[in-house]
Design a binder for this molecule. Structure first.
Ligand SMILES: [Zn+2]
Length: 431
């Protein structure tokens, strides 16, 4: 299929370039031209009038647990340990494949309606999650979250590890490459060192990336110092985790030395401002990490600790909270915050042809209706995107050259079927 976005304002995210009125040609899964197009290029394309609208790369959610939409507003105003161990884990024990499938589709609907084109996720019942990704048309890096059950040192019979391997073999590169796999030791407080080492060896065998929670709370940080005599970051470094391409979620309590390690090892720090604020985990030292060369991407975390999957809200918060807590209005400007949600997310995935509008890039793009009272007058588009845009201003979302959402309509997901499915799951799990 061939599309032309005609007369769009384009924020390319390529050297902060902003094009005032421009045509963008999409052929198959790629952007094939940016600029004025000739008749031959436009021939046989569907022309989308984008005047008054802004085209930009789709947002990349670097840390999520998408099926947790089912637990949205279920257990709030609690600290992380109580929330997770007393409320979330017991319900998660009861979840079945169908719950994961519908919970994922619900989350994916929310994501594509708010401009997210790709997400990095760890959860359980991954075949059902991957099926939702495959059918919906969104892009995702997926991994089965692993926690220790056996004591080791031999984990060859470990069910979670074996599921992870089977999942990786089955789904990595699936759906025209939209789905990629990873290995996910949940966290240092749920995985023993021997278990993490085994997971790393497995990831090495498949040349696969790693997705892990890291240094989310002060409790995790202090317990690690007590138990292992080092910080959580140093602990994972010594276990070899960072030899693989790694996305480390949170990193709220990292030290300056830890940030140096993350920068040296090219680990992506997934910053989740809403989740960290809601669970009162703290505020990650993002300005420091960025200044030391760490790749910082943005994530929502699951919908039960956020309680939505709205990346524009994360962009907004990321651009505000570091200013406020450091009493420095120059920290994390609008463009830096937008980069975290686009380019840096693509870097986290090792995809330099994503998170940017340029010839040859993946056609993962969104269109934003700028013709709204709360966006006028448009003095500065970048500021408008970070500080004024609402997720509901997204009017079109395209992934891999396919339109998934346009003017309030889901093109690949049957909304009524998902709502019906969610109601059934909700009744079975909670009533
Ligand atoms: Zn998480």
């Amino acid at each position: 299929m061939k599309y032309v976005f005609k007369n769009a304002m384009v924020l390319t995210m390529n050297n902060d370039e902003l094009l005032e009125s421009c045509d963008v040609l999409v052929e198959n899964d790629q952007i094939s031209a940016v600029g004025s197009l000739n008749n031959e290029q436009i021939n046989n394309a569907r022309v989308i009038d984008a005047s008054g609208k802004l085209l930009m790369p789709g947002l990349i959610n670097a840390h999520c647990h998408v099926p947790m939409t089912l637990l949205r507003n279920y257990a709030d105003d609690l600290n992380l340990q109580t929330w997770l161990f007393d409320h979330i884990f017991p319900v998660e024990e009861r979840l079945q494949g169908e719950d994961i499938y519908y919970g994922s589709l619900l989350g994916i609907m929310e994501m594509i309606a708010s401009g997210t084109t790709c997400f990095i996720d760890m959860y359980d019942h991954m075949d059902d999650l991957a099926r939702a990704v495959e059918e919906s048309g969104i892009r995702a890096q997926l991994s089965r979250g692993m926690m220790n059950t056996g004591s080791g040192p031999d984990f060859s019979e470990d069910a979670r590890l074996n599921e992870s391997i089977d999942f990786y073999k089955k789904w990595n590169g699936a759906a025209n490459g939209r789905i990629t796999g990873a290995f996910a030791p949940h966290a240092i407080y749920t995985c023993s060192p021997a278990y993490i080492r085994t997971i790393v060896e497995t990831a090495q065998k498949y040349d696969a990336p790693i997705h892990v929670h890291l240094d989310e709370t002060l409790t995790e940080h202090e317990d690690c110092l007590k138990k292992y005599g080092k910080t959580p970051t140093k602990h994972l470094l010594d276990l070899g985790v960072f030899e693989q391409k790694t996305v480390a979620a949170h990193c709220v309590w990292i030290t300056e030395d830890d940030a140096r390690i993350l920068a040296d090892k090219k680990v992506t720090m997934a910053h989740n401002p809403s989740s960290n604020l809601k669970l009162a985990s703290g505020i990650a030292p993002v300005p420091k990490a960025l200044s030391m060369g760490v790749n910082v991407a943005l994530g929502t975390d699951g919908a039960s600790s956020n309680n939505n999957l709205n990346m524009f809200e994360e962009i907004h918060l990321a651009a505000l909270i570091h200013k406020g807590t450091n009493r420095d209005p120059l920290l994390i400007n609008a463009m830096e915050s937008l980069k975290m949600a686009t380019l840096n997310g693509a870097t986290a995935l090792g995809m330099d042809n994503m998170g940017v509008i340029k010839e040859g890039a993946k056609a993962d793009v969104i269109l934003i209706d700028m013709d709204k009272p709360h966006l006028m007058p448009i003095h500065n588009i970048v500021s408008a995107l970070a500080y004024s845009v609402q997720a509901s201003d997204v009017c079109l979302t395209m992934v891999d050259g396919v339109i998934l959402y346009e003017n309030g309509e889901f093109k690949t997901i049957d909304k009524e079927k998902v709502i019906h499915g969610i109601k059934k799951c909700y009744e079975r799990i909670f009533q």
